[in-house]
Write a protein of this length. Sequence first.
Length: 474
Amino acid sequence: MATAEATKPQPSTTARKLTKRQRIVLLVLLVAQFMLAVDFSILNVALPAIGAGLGFPLGELQWIGTAFALSAAGFTLLFGRVADLFGRRRLFLAGLAVLGVSSLVGGLATGPGVLIAARVAQGLATAAVTPAGLALLTTSFPEGPLRERALGLNGALMSAGFTAGAVLGGVLTDLLSWRWAFFVNVPVALGVLLAAPGVIRESRPDVRPKLDLPGALSVTLGLLALVYGLTRAGLAGWADPLALGALALGAVLLLVFGAVERRAAAPLVPLSVLRRRSVVWGNLAGLIAFLTETSLVFLLTLYLQEVLDFSALAAGLSFGVLGLGTVLGGATAARLIAATGTRATLVTGGLVQAAATAALLLLGQGHSSLGLLLVATFVGGVGNMFVIVGFMVTATSGLPDREQGLATGLATMTQQIGITMGTPVMSAIVAARAGAHPSAPAVLDGVALAVLVNAALVLVGVLATGFLRRRTDS
């Protein structure tokens, strides 16, 4: 049954304990979000085995990840708004059903075409479930301590899931088969599908405006072109004509989208939302947080495998401490926000992450550097999670419930683009410094330069969200 939505959320200053129903709702939503986060990275280690098993040419393996990224990032803003208009629970459940079926198809695939189609469907399911699930979470908990706690746990499990995916993918591939990296989603999706209808209430506006089709088409095609250009640049270099053409097309289409929204009677993204400082600054902080931390995992994977000669599985297991750091950061971020405020949490988290990242400049060619890596990634994970939770709280605060799907769609789009941008940018830096046929010292030199850039980007985020926001607010 549809629920009437308030025109503006009322912050809660007294409700600090979750009810029994809220705990169950939170558990169901967190399980779904954790599964989606695992899906981002679970196939990375399994790519060589998939290529050998299905006859993928070496140069085509990247499409296994690209097909997922294109659909996940390209459609997330559209689906976030669709969730607001037609029902968040409805879209959440439909997306989970598609995810379960596409995972089963991917696990049973007998050729490259079927597998790529399954990955596209998984990406579309992620684009639907992630913003709808986050909107259900923000509308199930009032603004204030309860929502901050829920978002903290959500952020912790999402980051832990990204790390766990790399470990789980290696374990399943080594002990069973790469197919289990797909099959593992099926029982989880089925369990959430059975539990969710009984505990999660539908949430949608009483009056449904028309869907802005020109805006939806221009922003979706623009994001698809942008993500493809970024992915292509990471594979073929930033001078590649196809990458540059896709990036230029994406920029033009997003400008067209902006022009369409100014004239639309019922815009996909109301300009009033984009004028909110909390939305703008929150998403900027989130973009930098996801760009830097996910690309740092890529850099340290290069270091562990190319410099320290770790196996893929050993390298994945080494990131277990990063997962622990993100869980600790997510579990404590709400308390830090309550004690110091959202902006102070963003700045504190950014400074901690920047310091931990800068410490990695001391990595050397010996295995004695592993201790430094483990400590720095743990501390950096805590700081990064402070930023991510602060980002989610800032980007979804002060908006009425009827726009929470849009807000979480924007936040999810920011997350997807940050994850997509980070690796190509850092890969290009390493390649430019290390050369075409790098030795271990050359790889270390390239990784060190990229780590320095990574830390500098985190500091840019600190300045933007801390000082520049203070100036605009004054």
